[in-house]
Design a protein around this ligand. Sequence first.
Ligand SMILES: Nc1ncnc2c1ncn2[C@@H]1O[C@H](COP(=O)(O)OP(=O)(O)OP(=O)(O)O)[C@@H](O)[C@H]1O
Length: 369
Amino acid sequence: MTQIELRNIEKRFGAVQVIKNLNLAIADNEFIVLLGQSGCGKTTTLRAIAGLETIDEGDVLIDGQPVQHMKASARDIAFVFQSFSLYPHMTVFENIAFPLRATRGNRSEIEREVQAVAKTLQITHLLSKRPSALSGGDMQRVAIGRALVRRPKAMLMDEPIGALDAKLREEMRAEIKRLHIKQGSTTIYVTHDQVEAMSLADRIVVMHEGVLQQVGTPHEVYAHPSNMFVAQFVGSPVMNMAEVTVSEAAQHAQVLLRGAPTAFNLPSTLTAQLAAAGAENGNLTLGIRPEGVLVSREPREGFVTAEAHIIEPLGSHDIIDLQLGDQMLRARTKSGFVQRPGVAVWARLNPAQAHFFNSSTGASFGIRL
Ligand SMILES: Nc1ncnc2c1ncn2[C@@H]1O[C@H](COP(=O)(O)OP(=O)(O)OP(=O)(O)O)[C@@H](O)[C@H]1O
């Protein structure tokens, strides 16, 4: 049972404030991913939890106990780094056994525990080897084994697979997930890779310039981003963004993208929802993911005309740049749906996937159509 809570954490390096009033409650067994660009304060947050970094303000609580004045060694938290930091002169067995030496003297007990961890990580056959004989993936398995063996209260992982090549990263991602399901320890994992975050996390914590932007399940963060930063950071290709003006028509709301010749129709409830949220034309940005832009090859009721400008065939699907006057919208279609660039197509916005943001603050108006 390990719960971790961060209350009003502030951290400065000289004049630079790298964590700004961070609050976060992490449940027992939860897999939390801190996601954000390089330099946004993820590693500093992780190090503050581990006790490797001091904080200027606030509390770090482990199972309800403030630990910010405790040394790292007293917090019983394991840390896995991107650089595997294995002892080169020791065998894999000795590397994994190392943290047990101080606490558990009995040789047969150490042997049993190392063997159990090695079995879980499927590295039993490597136990007598030295790190220099291992592949990158195996080295990271050993580093994870060394962290797991003392059954810490929580596992903190800082870009643990960032140094591996793409294929191995995918493999290790699946292994880390399996391991977490099996071991069930509270885990905080840092990455700048949104795909890694989506695939591993129970909840994702998106950070930007030291400020927490949103906490939510991968689905919540993807489908209901709280602001323009989250909307564009999560998801690939990125969400389309365009300044719009919204007006009322007989049957529906009309949404005109700046620079486009024709307005899109969305349900008439939009205008009332925007008014209730305090949104005003002139300060309104539409966000729509490429899969929310529906494309037809023939003219259809409620669709506006556009030109297929660039087609990117990606195997399982295509991404098409649609030119609407001066405006460009990216759409996701079935593979080969539009044969060649330059042809006329028709497009509509899926109301359920339309997001509206305040252009100046970036905050979502929380519209649900
Ligand atoms: N010991 C330090 N002294 C001074 N500045 C630091 C120190 N450690 C980190 N910083 C600065 O604090 C900011 C946040 O760094 P941090 O490593 O937490 O970000 P990050 O999101 O983990 O990025 P990365 O993925 O590059 O590690 C950066 O601007 C970094 O340069």
